[in-house]
Design a protein around this ligand. Structure first.
Ligand SMILES: [Zn+2]
Length: 53
């Protein structure tokens, strides 16, 4: 698993700051929500406990 497939759940505020462009691509459109962290992503692979919205 490379940096590109790092789960959004594991991102901290520095990751967000450094990779805002990538974050937008991951989050939009918000198709899945993480039941554990409350984050949303376009792909379930980015979340630790994904559930379709
Ligand atoms: Zn999560």
């Amino acid at each position: 698993m490379g940096k590109d497939t790092k789960r959004l759940c594991k991102w901290d505020k520095d990751d967000v700051k450094n990779d805002l462009k990538k974050l937008k691509k991951i989050v939009l459109p918000p198709t899945y929500i993480c039941c554990k962290c409350g984050r949303v992503a376009s792909d379930e692979d980015y979340l630790c406990k994904p559930e379709k919205v």
